[in-house]
Design a protein around this ligand. Structure first.
Ligand code: ZN
Length: 329
């Protein structure tokens, strides 16, 4: 079935289904398809949309979704659970973050365009057929092959209705780190599309590095199920990790400390380390070990992202610093 013909409202109550929806023809025959797992509850309730594989090299969310699917019994569910475990199939097959077909990053083109290239088409259909029916969105990311980020739940840090709903759900998710982002969110993300549609959202990050860490898969699985309990979709107590850090800052990993020159990045700091402005974070070396350029902190704060893949080209993101949350009390 082409995704344009798919209607969530026609799915029967009290049933689980897994379907493959066609999005666009492949050059080698067949179609690019979206796998979709749905659990429709026996009773009415909220619709939760969970996405993974928006970037093709981020694996823990892809692994967590089938575990969540198996754990949820439609007879016990109030509402609808919609989960797309691999949103960007071209990037996933190519083992890379962005699409090998049009070079686009799916997390920069929401809400998409049905008449453009494949990545924008995927964003369009995710928005039109899934997100527009959702009461809440969780987008499961990790650092992928290149970036190290601690396991965290990202939320909208704002005193308005959407921000309050997002922060409360982030606390329920139960990741070791909460990272709040003030408005406006950078454009093109699933969560920025959700925000503009009035839908509260969360996203995750995790260390990445091309593997699929079981502890991160468990954290994501428990976290989504915790949010379902928080939203009243299922009953039961929460299984949370102890909160170690609550951070707030711009979450735009497109505007970070960049490599000043091509070379080999050698770090001198660790994730979550507190650093001060102009402190050395590491250096770019040539193959003989000669230092070509230092890499320095652009502000005081805590290191939330470090490049894990040492070879860099000028302009690649290397590090990002954010702030510790200062509560009012
Ligand atoms: Zn990602």
């Amino acid at each position: 079935m082409h995704i344009r013909d798919f209607e969530i409202d026609q799915l029967p109550p009290a049933e689980k289904q897994s379907v493959w929806l066609d999005i666009a023809p492949r050059a080698d025959g067949g179609n690019w398809r979206l796998p979709l797992l749905t659990v429709i509850g026996a009773e009415e309730g909220p619709t939760l949309l969970v996405l993974a594989g928006v970037h093709g090299d981020e694996y823990e969310g892809i692994a967590a979704i089938p575990q969540i699917f198996r754990a949820i019994n439609p007879e016990d569910l109030r509402g609808r659970l919609l989960m797309a475990p691999i949103c960007n199939m071209p990037a996933y097959e190519a083992l890379q973050r962005s699409s090998p077909i049009d070079g686009l990053n799916l997390a920069r083109v929401f809400p998409g365009d049905a008449d453009a290239t494949i990545t924008r088409q995927i964003a369009f259909w995710l928005t039109r057929k899934l997100l527009s029916h959702a009461d809440f969105l969780i987008d499961l990311h990790t650092g992928g092959i290149a970036y190290e980020i601690p396991t965290l739940i990202g939320y909208l840090h704002d005193s308005g209705e959407l921000g309050r709903a997002s922060q409360a759900a982030a606390a329920a998710f139960g990741a070791p780190i909460m990272w709040g982002h003030p408005l406006p969110l950078p454009p093109g993300r699933s969560i920025s599309a959700a925000t503009s549609m009035g839908i509260p959202s969360l996203y995750t990050e995790a260390p990445g590095g091309a593997g699929c860490a079981p502890d991160v898969v468990e954290c994501f699985r428990d976290g989504v199920i915790n949010v379902m309990k928080h939203l009243g979709m299922i009953s039961g107590s929460l299984r949370q990790r102890r909160l170690t850090h609550h951070l707030v800052g711009d979450g735009n990993l497109d505007t970070v400390i960049d490599a000043p020159i091509d070379g080999f990045f050698q770090r001198e700091v660790s994730l979550l380390e507190r650093v001060t402005k102009s402190q050395r974070l590491g250096a770019i070396l040539d193959p003989t070990g000669l230092e070509l350029a230092p890499v320095k902190a652009d502000q005081d704060g805590a290191l939330i992202m470090l490049r894990g893949l040492p070879p860099v080209q000028a302009g690649d993101g290397i590090a990002h610093i954010t702030q510790l949350y200062q509560s009012d009390n």
